[in-house]
Design a protein around this ligand. Sequence first.
Ligand code: SGN
Ligand code: CA
Length: 530
Amino acid sequence: MRGSRRGRAALCVPAVLAAVPCAAAGDGDRTEDRRPNIIHIMSDDHAWQAIGAYGHPLMRQAQTPNIDRLASEGMMFRRAYVENSLSTPSRACLMTGLYSHQNGQRRLDGGMDTSVTFMPELLQQSGYTTAVIGKWHMLCEPKGFDYYRILRGQGEYYDPVFKTPDSEGYVRQSGYVTDLITDYAIDFLESRDRSKPFCLFVHHKAPHRNWQPDTRYLDLYEDSEFEVPATFDDDYSSRGPAASHQQMSIDRDMTLVYDLKIHQLRDQHDKYNKWELDVVDSQLGRMSAEQREAWENAYGPRNVEIVEGRVEDKDLARWKYRRYVIDYMRCIRSVDDSVGQLLDYLEREGLLENTVVVYTSDQGFYMGEHGWFDKRFMYEESYRTPLIVRYPSMIDAGTVSDALVQNIDFAPTYLDLAGTDKLPSMSGVSLLPLFASDGKAPEDWRKYLYYHYYDYPAEHSVMRHDGVSDERYKLIHFYGPEGSYDEFYDLQSDSSELHNIIGEESVQSHVERLQRQLEAFRTQLAIDEY
Ligand code: SGN
Ligand code: CA
Protein backbone atom coordinates (compact mmCIF):
# COMPACT_ATOMS: atom_id res chain seq x y z
CA MET A 1 0.00 0.00 0.00
CA ARG A 2 2.75 2.41 0.96
CA GLY A 3 4.60 1.65 -2.28
CA SER A 4 1.63 2.43 -4.47
CA ARG A 5 1.00 5.71 -2.67
CA ARG A 6 4.63 6.67 -3.07
CA GLY A 7 4.65 5.80 -6.72
CA ARG A 8 1.61 7.92 -7.43
CA ALA A 9 2.86 10.93 -5.50
CA ALA A 10 6.28 10.88 -7.17
CA LEU A 11 4.63 11.66 -10.49
CA CYS A 12 3.24 14.87 -9.02
CA VAL A 13 6.61 16.49 -8.26
CA PRO A 14 6.79 19.67 -10.33
CA ALA A 15 8.72 19.89 -13.53
CA VAL A 16 11.10 22.46 -12.08
CA LEU A 17 12.42 19.81 -9.69
CA ALA A 18 11.93 16.70 -11.79
CA ALA A 19 13.69 18.22 -14.83
CA VAL A 20 16.97 18.66 -12.98
CA PRO A 21 19.23 15.63 -13.54
CA CYS A 22 19.32 13.45 -10.47
CA ALA A 23 22.42 11.60 -9.37
CA ALA A 24 22.11 8.02 -8.17
CA ALA A 25 20.68 7.22 -4.74
CA GLY A 26 23.37 7.16 -2.07
CA ASP A 27 25.10 10.22 -3.43
CA GLY A 28 24.14 12.39 -0.52
CA ASP A 29 27.68 13.56 0.01
CA ARG A 30 28.30 14.46 -3.60
CA THR A 31 26.26 17.64 -3.80
CA GLU A 32 28.24 20.60 -5.11
CA ASP A 33 27.04 22.98 -2.44
CA ARG A 34 28.26 21.71 0.94
CA ARG A 35 25.98 23.86 3.09
CA PRO A 36 23.81 21.73 5.38
CA ASN A 37 20.35 20.54 4.47
CA ILE A 38 17.59 21.33 6.95
CA ILE A 39 14.52 19.26 7.83
CA HIS A 40 12.13 21.05 10.16
CA ILE A 41 9.67 18.47 11.50
CA MET A 42 6.84 20.19 13.32
CA SER A 43 3.85 18.41 14.78
CA ASP A 44 0.70 20.17 15.89
CA ASP A 45 -0.03 20.38 19.62
CA HIS A 46 2.63 17.88 20.67
CA ALA A 47 3.21 18.38 24.40
CA TRP A 48 6.82 18.03 25.53
CA GLN A 49 5.40 15.89 28.34
CA ALA A 50 4.57 13.34 25.62
CA ILE A 51 8.14 12.78 24.39
CA GLY A 52 10.15 10.06 26.11
CA ALA A 53 13.40 12.02 26.15
CA TYR A 54 11.87 14.77 28.30
CA GLY A 55 11.41 12.21 31.08
CA HIS A 56 7.86 13.08 32.14
CA PRO A 57 6.01 10.41 34.20
CA LEU A 58 3.40 10.17 31.42
CA MET A 59 6.01 8.48 29.26
CA ARG A 60 6.36 5.50 31.57
CA GLN A 61 3.42 4.15 29.59
CA ALA A 62 4.11 5.36 26.03
CA GLN A 63 7.10 5.42 23.73
CA THR A 64 8.65 7.79 21.18
CA PRO A 65 11.83 5.88 20.26
CA ASN A 66 12.62 7.82 17.09
CA ILE A 67 12.19 11.28 18.54
CA ASP A 68 14.24 10.08 21.52
CA ARG A 69 16.95 8.99 19.07
CA LEU A 70 17.15 12.58 17.83
CA ALA A 71 17.70 13.67 21.43
CA SER A 72 20.33 11.04 22.19
CA GLU A 73 22.20 11.94 19.00
CA GLY A 74 21.60 15.68 19.22
CA MET A 75 20.65 18.55 21.53
CA MET A 76 17.45 18.70 23.56
CA PHE A 77 16.23 22.16 24.58
CA ARG A 78 14.46 22.19 27.94
CA ARG A 79 13.63 25.88 27.87
CA ALA A 80 12.22 26.32 24.34
CA TYR A 81 9.14 28.55 24.22
CA VAL A 82 6.67 30.06 21.79
CA GLU A 83 5.71 33.72 21.69
CA ASN A 84 1.98 33.12 21.22
CA SER A 85 0.70 29.61 21.95
CA LEU A 86 -1.57 29.06 18.96
CA SER A 87 -1.10 27.55 15.51
CA THR A 88 -1.25 30.32 12.91
CA PRO A 89 0.63 32.84 15.08
CA SER A 90 3.30 30.26 15.88
CA ARG A 91 3.74 29.38 12.20
CA ALA A 92 3.99 33.07 11.37
CA CYS A 93 6.77 33.44 13.99
CA LEU A 94 8.57 30.49 12.39
CA MET A 95 8.32 31.88 8.87
CA THR A 96 9.24 35.48 9.70
CA GLY A 97 11.42 35.53 12.82
CA LEU A 98 9.05 38.23 14.06
CA TYR A 99 6.71 38.54 17.03
CA SER A 100 2.96 38.33 16.34
CA HIS A 101 2.31 42.08 16.42
CA GLN A 102 5.17 42.54 13.92
CA ASN A 103 3.97 39.95 11.40
CA GLY A 104 0.27 40.67 11.92
CA GLN A 105 -0.84 37.12 12.80
CA ARG A 106 -1.99 37.74 16.37
CA ARG A 107 -5.06 35.51 16.47
CA LEU A 108 -6.00 32.15 15.00
CA ASP A 109 -7.80 33.76 12.07
CA GLY A 110 -6.70 36.62 9.74
CA GLY A 111 -4.18 39.39 10.09
CA MET A 112 -1.01 38.08 8.43
CA ASP A 113 1.04 40.81 6.79
CA THR A 114 2.00 39.06 3.55
CA SER A 115 4.38 41.87 2.59
CA VAL A 116 6.75 40.62 5.29
CA THR A 117 9.62 38.47 3.98
CA PHE A 118 9.34 34.75 4.76
CA MET A 119 12.58 32.99 5.72
CA PRO A 120 12.27 30.39 2.90
CA GLU A 121 12.33 33.25 0.37
CA LEU A 122 15.78 34.21 1.66
CA LEU A 123 16.94 30.59 1.66
CA GLN A 124 15.78 30.26 -1.94
CA GLN A 125 17.68 33.40 -2.91
CA SER A 126 20.80 31.96 -1.31
CA GLY A 127 20.57 28.79 -3.40
CA TYR A 128 18.49 26.39 -1.29
CA THR A 129 15.61 24.31 -2.61
CA THR A 130 12.67 24.81 -0.26
CA ALA A 131 9.49 22.79 0.33
CA VAL A 132 6.66 22.48 2.82
CA ILE A 133 4.61 19.31 3.17
CA GLY A 134 1.58 18.96 5.45
CA LYS A 135 -0.14 21.54 7.65
CA TRP A 136 0.46 25.08 6.45
CA HIS A 137 -2.42 26.89 8.21
CA MET A 138 -1.07 30.37 7.51
CA LEU A 139 -4.20 31.86 5.90
CA CYS A 140 -2.08 33.01 2.96
CA GLU A 141 -0.48 31.20 0.05
CA PRO A 142 2.92 29.59 0.71
CA LYS A 143 5.65 32.10 -0.09
CA GLY A 144 9.27 31.17 -0.87
CA PHE A 145 8.79 27.49 -1.70
CA ASP A 146 9.97 25.58 -4.77
CA TYR A 147 7.43 22.94 -3.91
CA TYR A 148 4.54 22.47 -1.51
CA ARG A 149 1.86 19.92 -0.78
CA ILE A 150 -0.34 21.39 1.93
CA LEU A 151 -3.44 20.41 3.86
CA ARG A 152 -6.57 22.55 3.82
CA GLY A 153 -6.82 24.60 7.03
CA GLN A 154 -6.46 22.30 10.02
CA GLY A 155 -6.37 19.26 7.73
CA GLU A 156 -8.19 15.96 8.07
CA TYR A 157 -6.89 12.72 9.58
CA TYR A 158 -8.46 10.28 7.12
CA ASP A 159 -8.31 10.74 3.35
CA PRO A 160 -7.21 14.38 3.68
CA VAL A 161 -7.18 16.84 0.81
CA PHE A 162 -3.87 18.39 -0.30
CA LYS A 163 -2.98 21.22 -2.64
CA THR A 164 0.20 21.51 -4.74
CA PRO A 165 1.35 24.41 -6.93
CA ASP A 166 0.02 22.46 -9.90
CA SER A 167 -3.19 20.91 -8.60
CA GLU A 168 -6.57 22.40 -9.30
CA GLY A 169 -7.45 23.26 -5.74
CA TYR A 170 -7.43 20.60 -3.05
CA VAL A 171 -7.40 16.96 -4.06
CA ARG A 172 -8.44 14.10 -1.81
CA GLN A 173 -5.77 11.46 -1.19
CA SER A 174 -6.47 8.09 0.28
CA GLY A 175 -4.64 7.18 3.46
CA TYR A 176 -3.86 8.36 6.98
CA VAL A 177 -2.59 11.92 7.18
CA THR A 178 0.68 11.29 9.05
CA ASP A 179 1.73 8.50 6.65
CA LEU A 180 0.80 10.55 3.58
CA ILE A 181 2.85 13.53 4.78
CA THR A 182 5.83 11.23 5.37
CA ASP A 183 5.51 9.65 1.94
CA TYR A 184 5.22 13.02 0.23
CA ALA A 185 8.23 14.33 2.14
CA ILE A 186 10.32 11.38 0.97
CA ASP A 187 9.01 11.82 -2.58
CA PHE A 188 10.20 15.40 -2.49
CA LEU A 189 13.62 14.34 -1.23
CA GLU A 190 13.93 11.74 -3.96
CA SER A 191 13.01 14.17 -6.72
CA ARG A 192 14.94 17.22 -5.55
CA ASP A 193 17.79 18.96 -7.37
CA ARG A 194 20.76 17.17 -5.82
CA SER A 195 23.22 19.89 -6.66
CA LYS A 196 21.57 22.20 -4.13
CA PRO A 197 21.05 22.00 -0.37
CA PHE A 198 17.42 21.80 0.72
CA CYS A 199 15.23 23.10 3.51
CA LEU A 200 12.18 20.90 3.95
CA PHE A 201 9.34 21.66 6.38
CA VAL A 202 7.46 18.48 7.35
CA HIS A 203 4.39 19.73 9.22
CA HIS A 204 2.17 17.09 10.77
CA LYS A 205 -1.49 17.58 11.53
CA ALA A 206 -1.26 15.09 14.41
CA PRO A 207 -1.77 15.07 17.33
CA HIS A 208 -4.25 17.96 16.95
CA ARG A 209 -7.79 17.67 18.28
CA ASN A 210 -9.83 15.44 17.90
CA TRP A 211 -6.97 12.94 18.19
CA GLN A 212 -7.93 10.36 15.57
CA PRO A 213 -5.43 7.49 15.55
CA ASP A 214 -4.58 5.36 12.55
CA THR A 215 -6.44 2.04 12.39
CA ARG A 216 -3.19 0.16 13.02
CA TYR A 217 -2.89 1.73 16.45
CA LEU A 218 -6.47 1.47 17.69
CA ASP A 219 -5.47 -1.12 20.30
CA LEU A 220 -2.18 0.48 21.32
CA TYR A 221 -1.98 1.46 25.03
CA GLU A 222 -5.52 0.19 25.64
CA ASP A 223 -4.47 -1.52 28.85
CA SER A 224 -2.08 1.23 29.98
CA GLU A 225 -2.83 3.29 33.04
CA PHE A 226 -1.58 6.82 32.44
CA GLU A 227 -0.85 8.73 35.60
CA VAL A 228 -3.35 11.50 36.26
CA PRO A 229 -1.44 14.78 36.79
CA ALA A 230 -1.17 15.97 40.38
CA THR A 231 -2.85 19.24 39.37
CA PHE A 232 -5.84 17.59 37.64
CA ASP A 233 -8.27 18.79 40.32
CA ASP A 234 -6.82 22.30 40.51
CA ASP A 235 -9.37 24.71 42.00
CA TYR A 236 -7.48 27.77 40.72
CA SER A 237 -7.37 29.42 44.12
CA SER A 238 -4.71 32.14 44.29
CA ARG A 239 -4.98 32.64 40.51
CA GLY A 240 -6.97 35.46 38.89
CA PRO A 241 -10.24 34.89 36.93
CA ALA A 242 -8.66 33.67 33.64
CA ALA A 243 -7.79 30.25 35.02
CA SER A 244 -11.40 29.64 36.10
CA HIS A 245 -12.99 31.41 33.14
CA GLN A 246 -11.36 29.23 30.42
CA GLN A 247 -13.34 26.65 28.45
CA MET A 248 -10.72 23.97 28.02
CA SER A 249 -11.57 21.76 30.94
CA ILE A 250 -11.52 18.00 30.32
CA ASP A 251 -14.37 17.58 32.77
CA ARG A 252 -16.59 20.39 31.48
CA ASP A 253 -15.62 21.10 27.87
CA MET A 254 -14.25 17.89 26.35
CA THR A 255 -17.13 16.30 24.48
CA LEU A 256 -18.12 12.66 24.58
CA VAL A 257 -19.16 12.30 20.94
CA TYR A 258 -16.70 14.51 19.06
CA ASP A 259 -13.61 14.36 21.25
CA LEU A 260 -13.98 10.95 22.80
CA LYS A 261 -15.60 8.98 19.98
CA ILE A 262 -18.63 7.67 21.82
CA HIS A 263 -20.52 7.70 18.57
CA GLN A 264 -23.38 5.64 19.93
CA LEU A 265 -24.51 8.79 21.76
CA ARG A 266 -24.82 10.78 18.55
CA ASP A 267 -28.57 10.21 18.34
CA GLN A 268 -29.29 11.90 21.64
CA HIS A 269 -29.87 15.16 19.82
CA ASP A 270 -31.20 17.04 22.76
CA LYS A 271 -28.02 16.43 24.72
CA TYR A 272 -25.29 17.09 22.17
CA ASN A 273 -24.42 20.05 20.00
CA LYS A 274 -25.47 20.04 16.38
CA TRP A 275 -21.96 21.12 15.26
CA GLU A 276 -20.47 18.20 17.07
CA LEU A 277 -22.69 15.70 15.33
CA ASP A 278 -22.14 17.27 11.91
CA VAL A 279 -18.36 17.19 12.32
CA VAL A 280 -18.41 13.61 13.53
CA ASP A 281 -20.58 12.57 10.59
CA SER A 282 -18.24 14.25 8.16
CA GLN A 283 -15.14 12.70 9.80
CA LEU A 284 -16.60 9.20 9.81
CA GLY A 285 -17.83 9.84 6.27
CA ARG A 286 -14.24 10.23 5.08
CA MET A 287 -13.37 6.71 6.12
CA SER A 288 -13.56 3.60 3.97
CA ALA A 289 -15.89 0.78 5.01
CA GLU A 290 -12.92 -1.15 6.46
CA GLN A 291 -11.72 1.85 8.44
CA ARG A 292 -15.22 2.47 9.82
CA GLU A 293 -15.45 -1.16 10.80
CA ALA A 294 -12.07 -1.05 12.53
CA TRP A 295 -13.23 1.99 14.50
CA GLU A 296 -16.54 0.44 15.45
CA ASN A 297 -14.81 -2.78 16.54
CA ALA A 298 -12.30 -0.85 18.62
CA TYR A 299 -14.38 1.90 20.22
CA GLY A 300 -17.84 0.25 20.23
CA PRO A 301 -17.27 -2.28 23.03
CA ARG A 302 -15.14 0.17 25.05
CA ASN A 303 -17.91 2.76 24.92
CA VAL A 304 -20.57 0.52 26.40
CA GLU A 305 -19.96 1.47 30.02
CA ILE A 306 -20.54 5.12 29.16
CA VAL A 307 -23.51 4.51 26.88
CA GLU A 308 -25.20 2.41 29.56
CA GLY A 309 -24.48 5.06 32.20
CA ARG A 310 -22.30 2.76 34.29
CA VAL A 311 -19.60 5.38 34.85
CA GLU A 312 -20.59 7.53 37.81
CA ASP A 313 -20.50 11.30 37.40
CA LYS A 314 -17.69 11.60 39.95
CA ASP A 315 -15.51 9.28 37.83
CA LEU A 316 -16.36 10.72 34.43
CA ALA A 317 -13.57 13.34 34.30
CA ARG A 318 -10.94 10.66 34.88
CA TRP A 319 -12.59 8.35 32.35
CA LYS A 320 -12.42 11.17 29.80
CA TYR A 321 -8.79 11.91 30.67
CA ARG A 322 -7.85 8.29 30.08
CA ARG A 323 -9.57 8.05 26.69
CA TYR A 324 -8.07 11.40 25.67
CA VAL A 325 -4.49 10.53 26.60
CA ILE A 326 -4.61 7.10 24.98
CA ASP A 327 -5.89 8.45 21.65
CA TYR A 328 -3.42 11.34 21.78
CA MET A 329 -0.51 8.96 22.39
CA ARG A 330 -1.67 6.73 19.53
CA CYS A 331 -1.53 9.69 17.15
CA ILE A 332 1.96 10.46 18.41
CA ARG A 333 3.09 6.92 17.71
CA SER A 334 2.42 7.53 14.01
CA VAL A 335 4.33 10.82 14.17
CA ASP A 336 7.24 9.01 15.81
CA ASP A 337 7.16 6.36 13.05
CA SER A 338 7.35 9.20 10.56
CA VAL A 339 10.49 10.58 12.21
CA GLY A 340 12.00 7.09 12.03
CA GLN A 341 11.20 6.78 8.33
CA LEU A 342 12.76 10.14 7.56
CA LEU A 343 15.92 9.27 9.52
CA ASP A 344 16.12 5.90 7.76
CA TYR A 345 15.81 7.64 4.41
CA LEU A 346 18.56 10.13 5.26
CA GLU A 347 20.78 7.29 6.44
CA ARG A 348 20.21 5.23 3.27
CA GLU A 349 20.98 8.24 1.13
CA GLY A 350 24.12 9.22 3.01
CA LEU A 351 22.49 12.48 4.10
CA LEU A 352 22.44 11.98 7.85
CA GLU A 353 25.73 13.77 8.55
CA ASN A 354 25.05 16.93 6.62
CA THR A 355 21.37 17.40 7.41
CA VAL A 356 20.14 19.40 10.39
CA VAL A 357 17.06 17.56 11.67
CA VAL A 358 14.81 19.59 13.96
CA TYR A 359 11.82 18.22 15.86
CA THR A 360 9.39 20.68 17.42
CA SER A 361 5.70 21.47 17.82
CA ASP A 362 3.74 24.63 17.01
CA GLN A 363 3.21 24.96 20.79
CA GLY A 364 2.88 22.90 23.94
CA PHE A 365 -0.34 21.33 25.20
CA TYR A 366 -2.11 20.38 28.43
CA MET A 367 -2.21 16.69 29.21
CA GLY A 368 -4.68 17.13 32.04
CA GLU A 369 -2.57 19.57 34.07
CA HIS A 370 -4.92 22.00 35.85
CA GLY A 371 -7.70 19.74 34.50
CA TRP A 372 -7.13 21.04 30.95
CA PHE A 373 -6.56 20.16 27.33
CA ASP A 374 -5.65 22.79 24.64
CA LYS A 375 -2.99 25.52 25.08
CA ARG A 376 -2.95 29.39 24.84
CA PHE A 377 -1.86 30.19 28.43
CA MET A 378 1.62 31.38 29.36
CA TYR A 379 1.79 28.60 31.97
CA GLU A 380 4.61 26.16 31.26
CA GLU A 381 2.73 23.27 29.61
CA SER A 382 1.57 25.41 26.68
CA TYR A 383 4.22 28.15 26.68
CA ARG A 384 7.04 25.61 26.45
CA THR A 385 7.37 23.51 23.32
CA PRO A 386 9.52 20.51 22.47
CA LEU A 387 12.71 21.29 20.57
CA ILE A 388 15.36 18.76 19.61
CA VAL A 389 18.09 19.35 17.03
CA ARG A 390 20.35 16.72 15.49
CA TYR A 391 23.36 18.02 13.58
CA PRO A 392 26.48 15.93 14.26
CA SER A 393 28.89 18.35 12.56
CA MET A 394 28.20 20.95 15.21
CA ILE A 395 26.21 19.35 18.01
CA ASP A 396 27.58 16.69 20.35
CA ALA A 397 25.37 13.67 20.93
CA GLY A 398 23.17 13.67 24.03
CA THR A 399 23.57 17.35 24.90
CA VAL A 400 20.94 19.35 26.74
CA SER A 401 20.42 23.10 26.67
CA ASP A 402 18.68 25.18 29.30
CA ALA A 403 19.22 28.43 27.41
CA LEU A 404 16.07 30.49 26.82
CA VAL A 405 15.08 30.06 23.17
CA GLN A 406 11.90 30.95 21.31
CA ASN A 407 10.16 30.14 18.01
CA ILE A 408 11.20 33.51 16.54
CA ASP A 409 14.75 32.03 16.55
CA PHE A 410 14.11 29.43 13.83
CA ALA A 411 14.37 31.87 10.92
CA PRO A 412 17.69 33.44 12.02
CA THR A 413 19.07 29.95 12.78
CA TYR A 414 18.22 28.48 9.39
CA LEU A 415 19.58 31.56 7.62
CA ASP A 416 22.76 31.31 9.68
CA LEU A 417 23.14 27.64 8.68
CA ALA A 418 22.84 28.76 5.06
CA GLY A 419 25.52 31.39 5.62
CA THR A 420 23.00 34.17 5.02
CA ASP A 421 22.47 37.19 7.22
CA LYS A 422 19.09 37.50 8.94
CA LEU A 423 17.10 40.61 8.13
CA PRO A 424 17.82 43.46 10.59
CA SER A 425 14.08 43.58 11.32
CA MET A 426 14.01 40.01 12.66
CA SER A 427 13.57 39.83 16.42
CA GLY A 428 14.82 36.26 16.82
CA VAL A 429 18.46 35.21 17.16
CA SER A 430 20.47 32.34 15.72
CA LEU A 431 20.87 29.24 17.90
CA LEU A 432 24.22 28.34 16.35
CA PRO A 433 26.25 29.69 19.31
CA LEU A 434 24.35 27.20 21.50
CA PHE A 435 24.98 24.33 19.08
CA ALA A 436 28.69 25.10 19.29
CA SER A 437 28.86 25.39 23.08
CA ASP A 438 27.14 22.19 24.25
CA GLY A 439 24.00 24.21 24.81
CA LYS A 440 25.53 26.63 27.33
CA ALA A 441 24.31 30.17 26.93
CA PRO A 442 27.09 32.65 26.15
CA GLU A 443 27.43 35.63 28.53
CA ASP A 444 25.45 37.92 26.22
CA TRP A 445 22.58 35.46 25.62
CA ARG A 446 19.07 36.80 26.31
CA LYS A 447 17.99 36.67 29.95
CA TYR A 448 14.27 37.27 29.37
CA LEU A 449 11.53 36.14 27.01
CA TYR A 450 8.40 38.03 25.98
CA TYR A 451 5.02 36.31 25.50
CA HIS A 452 1.71 37.66 24.15
CA TYR A 453 -1.62 35.87 23.60
CA TYR A 454 -4.33 37.92 21.85
CA ASP A 455 -7.14 35.55 20.83
CA TYR A 456 -10.07 36.57 23.04
CA PRO A 457 -13.02 36.37 22.80
CA ALA A 458 -12.55 33.04 21.02
CA GLU A 459 -12.89 29.29 21.35
CA HIS A 460 -11.73 28.06 24.79
CA SER A 461 -12.13 31.57 26.30
CA VAL A 462 -8.60 32.26 27.45
CA MET A 463 -8.20 35.92 28.42
CA ARG A 464 -5.62 38.03 26.62
CA HIS A 465 -2.29 38.29 28.37
CA ASP A 466 1.31 39.25 27.89
CA GLY A 467 4.21 38.54 30.16
CA VAL A 468 7.88 38.03 30.71
CA SER A 469 9.90 35.13 32.08
CA ASP A 470 13.50 34.54 33.03
CA GLU A 471 15.22 31.31 33.98
CA ARG A 472 13.32 31.16 37.27
CA TYR A 473 10.44 33.64 37.53
CA LYS A 474 7.40 34.50 35.44
CA LEU A 475 5.20 37.59 35.41
CA ILE A 476 1.88 37.37 33.55
CA HIS A 477 -0.42 40.34 32.90
CA PHE A 478 -4.02 39.40 32.02
CA TYR A 479 -6.16 42.11 30.44
CA GLY A 480 -9.44 42.59 28.62
CA PRO A 481 -13.04 43.72 29.01
CA GLU A 482 -13.20 41.99 32.42
CA GLY A 483 -10.33 44.12 33.76
CA SER A 484 -6.67 43.45 34.27
CA TYR A 485 -4.42 41.86 36.89
CA ASP A 486 -0.97 40.29 37.28
CA GLU A 487 0.26 36.88 38.41
CA PHE A 488 3.78 35.96 39.48
CA TYR A 489 5.37 32.50 39.79
CA ASP A 490 8.61 31.04 41.10
CA LEU A 491 9.19 28.02 38.85
CA GLN A 492 11.96 26.72 41.08
CA SER A 493 9.75 26.21 44.12
CA ASP A 494 6.44 25.86 42.24
CA SER A 495 6.98 24.22 38.84
CA SER A 496 3.24 23.51 38.51
CA GLU A 497 2.39 27.21 38.90
CA LEU A 498 -0.24 26.66 41.55
CA HIS A 499 0.87 29.54 43.75
CA ASN A 500 0.52 33.05 42.43
CA ILE A 501 2.85 34.97 44.75
CA ILE A 502 2.45 38.44 43.23
CA GLY A 503 1.90 40.09 46.61
CA GLU A 504 4.55 38.27 48.64
CA GLU A 505 7.19 40.41 50.26
CA SER A 506 9.98 37.84 49.79
CA VAL A 507 9.83 38.08 45.98
CA GLN A 508 8.97 41.78 45.66
CA SER A 509 12.34 42.73 44.21
CA HIS A 510 11.95 40.06 41.53
CA VAL A 511 8.39 41.17 40.77
CA GLU A 512 9.65 44.72 40.30
CA ARG A 513 12.57 43.53 38.16
CA LEU A 514 10.27 41.58 35.84
CA GLN A 515 7.80 44.47 35.75
CA ARG A 516 10.59 46.75 34.57
CA GLN A 517 11.61 44.18 32.00
CA LEU A 518 8.04 43.81 30.76
CA GLU A 519 7.80 47.59 30.36
CA ALA A 520 11.09 47.57 28.46
CA PHE A 521 9.82 44.91 26.05
CA ARG A 522 6.57 46.81 25.50
CA THR A 523 8.45 50.01 24.74
CA GLN A 524 11.19 48.50 22.58
CA LEU A 525 8.78 46.34 20.60
CA ALA A 526 6.06 49.02 20.37
CA ILE A 527 3.41 46.73 21.84
CA ASP A 528 0.06 48.42 21.22
CA GLU A 529 -2.27 46.58 23.62
CA TYR A 530 -1.96 45.22 27.14
C1 SGN B 1 -9.72 24.08 16.55
C2 SGN B 1 -10.03 23.23 17.78
C3 SGN B 1 -9.63 23.96 19.06
C4 SGN B 1 -8.22 24.48 18.96
C5 SGN B 1 -8.08 25.34 17.74
C6 SGN B 1 -6.72 25.93 17.54
N1 SGN B 1 -11.44 22.94 17.84
O1 SGN B 1 -10.57 25.17 16.46
O2 SGN B 1 -9.77 23.07 20.14
O3 SGN B 1 -7.89 25.23 20.09
O4 SGN B 1 -8.38 24.53 16.59
O5 SGN B 1 -5.76 24.92 17.40
S1 SGN B 1 -12.06 21.78 16.89
O6 SGN B 1 -13.43 21.59 17.34
O7 SGN B 1 -12.01 22.24 15.51
O8 SGN B 1 -11.27 20.57 17.06
S2 SGN B 1 -4.44 25.28 16.64
O9 SGN B 1 -3.50 24.20 16.89
O10 SGN B 1 -4.76 25.41 15.24
O11 SGN B 1 -3.96 26.53 17.21
CA1 CA C 1 -1.32 23.71 17.28
